[in-house]
Design a protein around this ligand. Structure first.
Ligand SMILES: [Mg+2]
Length: 188
């Protein structure tokens, strides 16, 4: 993922969070895959919404990469586009754990040369996520595995097309992972 953090390390952080949620919410033995696929699709939608490039009816199609939050006298700047991106990545990594796949076996293929652009990339992301669901419910593990690898290809290609560096992604991922732990602690 970056010089400092690999996809595998982010996966380990996701696994720790997932295991905690499963334990604290009493979800042992529950098939969480349908909810996770839908959650991922919702996040892909949220990401597209912050990207805005598909809104041909709007005069404002520029991505939302800067948001200022004021907290008393402190100002905090966040990047909504990047935050939605890492939300997608969280659920993507969670699916590796749920399908018992070793993230180290994933070999990245850059799809940017095969895609017409971000709109198509988003449509593919929804599509591969759906395929993971259908392959799992019809007990076709190799199709589920292949679909998850393609989903990861698409998501990493979306990062490239949005101009995110690996370090930016890792940093935002780690920050959101901490937020998610805090939310569990505080009864989110
Ligand atoms: Mg989100």
């Amino acid at each position: 993922m970056s010089e400092v953090y690999t996809l595998k390390q982010l996966y380990e952080m996701q696994k720790e969070l997932d295991v905690r949620i499963i334990k604290e919410k009493g979800l042992e033995g529950v098939d969480l895959l349908p909810n996770t696929v839908l959650a991922l699709q919702v996040e892909v939608g949220e990401l597209a919404n912050e990207w805005r490039g598909f809104k041909h009816w709007s005069n404002d199609q520029s991505p939302r990469t800067k948001k200022i939050h004021s907290d008393r006298d402190a100002y905090l700047e966040t990047n909504p586009l990047l935050e939605e991106y890492v939300d997608c990545l969280h659920f993507n990594l969670s699916l590796y754990r749920q399908l018992n796949l070793n993230i180290s076996n994933y070999l990245h293929e850059d799809l940017s040369g095969d895609l017409t652009g971000l709109t198509e990339a988003f449509i593919h992301a929804f599509d591969w996520a759906s395929k993971i669901y259908w392959a799992t419910t019809t007990k076709r593990p190799s199709m589920a595995e292949k679909s998850l690898y393609r989903l990861t290809d698409v998501l990493l290609t979306i990062a490239k097309l949005l101009g995110f560096t690996r370090d930016q992604i890792a940093e935002a991922y780690i920050a959101k992972n901490k937020t998610n732990h805090d939310r569990q602690t505080n009864g989110y």
